[in-house]
Design a protein around this ligand. Structure first.
Ligand SMILES: NC(=O)c1ccc[n+]([C@@H]2O[C@H](COP(=O)([O-])OP(=O)(O)OC[C@H]3O[C@@H](n4cnc5c(N)ncnc54)[C@H](OP(=O)(O)O)[C@@H]3O)[C@@H](O)[C@H]2O)c1
Ligand SMILES: [Zn+2]
Length: 338
């Protein structure tokens, strides 16, 4: 089988298509023919050599978390059958700690992520497969795990409900668009930012209520304040936008943080935090139950994940270049068996 491997950690030019032996499923595993694998900023951090997880000694490295496809073969004790259409929950957990027993599983001390979906076949744990209804296609399903599951988990933890105002700095990428669409589905209003008016116009068609073309933190602060006081902030950018989110949200507001695209540190106003009873929480991925709910919501027509473009396996490097260029709205999906 072919795989799009990272052979050099130099950005999009470091991806090469390589031949690998067809995988065999061990006990509790399945081999999935990968119809679709969405890419995430997480993969690009690795490809840029900016992830503590992968270094030169690990090359060639096959990334890709968000696998959807058809089960090809199963090992013993499999709860799925060849021919089943599935999407993978990329969470990897110990299975025995108190968070694995009682939830939420993404707090597991051994929490890690599946990698290997940027290939024609992926060998996965059957326990992590979610069945797809006939009306959810595999490209749509592949968009869900990392971006939508993460955004959904953050919105749930922020207790977002009808009428709330949710602020999404950087509302045009994977997690950003997911946050807008899912906040909408929860009856909340959204205010989102981008450096691009044309991308914002696209996100408005997906439900963004207040589009702000702004990147400068001070200008952003006053532009959001003109819209209102957000009840919740979905912060995947980190950096200076963390202070902005904290400043603009209402007393008792909640900010969930899942990323650091714009930087790993931020200077915050500590008295504003405590006098305003504001909550800032870190959040990583979500639970398999979140992913199951998302599949149901897609199936029932509540929302359709935004897919910007699909790429054949040999154009995986171009997909990462598109992510780096920041020109597309929604998920970029590689289709290995196309
Ligand atoms: N902890 C977790 O479990 C988890 C899960 C998923 C994602 N994440 C993290 O969340 C972040 C977003 O991931 P993603 O896959 O959604 O990425 P993405 O699709 O590349 O996000 C693109 C968005 O980020 C904005 N952006 C990019 N570079 C920027 C910069 N230097 N300054 C300001 N805005 C910038 C873009 O704004 P423009 O519209 O202006 O281009 C766009 O709105 C990443 O840091 C990722 O690692 C974490
Ligand atoms: Zn555990």
């Amino acid at each position: 089988m072919r795989a799009a491997a990272f052979t050099d950690l130099v950005g999009p030019d470091g991806v090469s298509v390589v031949d690998r032996p067809d995988p065999e499923p061990a006990q509790g595993q399945a081999v999935v023919d990968v119809d679709a694998c969405a890419i995430n900023r997480h993969d690009l951090w690795i490809l840029d050599g900016d992830s503590a997880m992968v270094d030169a000694a690990d090359l060639p490295f096959v990334s890709g978390l968000d696998v959807a496809g058809v089960v090809r073969a199963v090992g013993d004790d499999a709860s799925v059958e060849p021919g089943d259409r599935v999407v993978l929950c990329p969470n990897e957990t110990c299975g025995v700690c108190r968070f694995c027993r009682d939830g939420p599983e993404n707090l597991c001390a051994e929490f890690s992520l599946y990698h290997g979906g940027l290939a024609e076949q992926a060998v996965v744990s059957v326990d992590r497969l979610v069945a797809l209804p006939d009306d959810v296609d595999t490209t749509t399903a592949a968009a869900l795990p990392t971006a939508y599951m993460t955004a959904y988990h953050m919105l749930r933890r922020a207790d977002v409900g009808p009428g709330d105002l949710v602020f999404v700095p950087g509302a045009t990428g994977g997690v950003g668009v997911a946050g807008v669409q899912l906040a909408n589905a929860m009856g909340a209003r959204t205010v989102g930012t981008s450096s691009s008016s044309s991308k914002l116009a696209q996100v408005e068609t997906l439900g963004l209520d207040h589009a702000l073309e702004v990147t400068d933190p001070d200008t952003m602060r006053s532009a959001v304040a003109d819209v209102g006081e957000p009840d919740a902030v979905l912060n995947h950018l980190g950096g200076p936008y963390t202070a902005v989110g904290l400043d603009v949200m209402r007393r008792g507001g909640r900010m969930l943080v899942c990323g650091r695209t714009a930087g790993g540190t931020s200077e915050i106003d500590v008295p504003d935090l405590f006098l305003g009873h504001k909550r800032v929480e870190g959040s990583t991925m979500g639970t398999q139950r979140d992913l199951e709910r998302l599949v149901d919501l897609v199936s029932s027509g509540t929302f359709t994940p935004a897919v910007a473009e699909t790429y054949p396996l040999e154009e995986t490097g171009a997909a990462f270049a598109a992510m780096q260029d920041r020109e597309r709205v929604g998920k970029l999906v590689v289709t290995p068996s196309a």
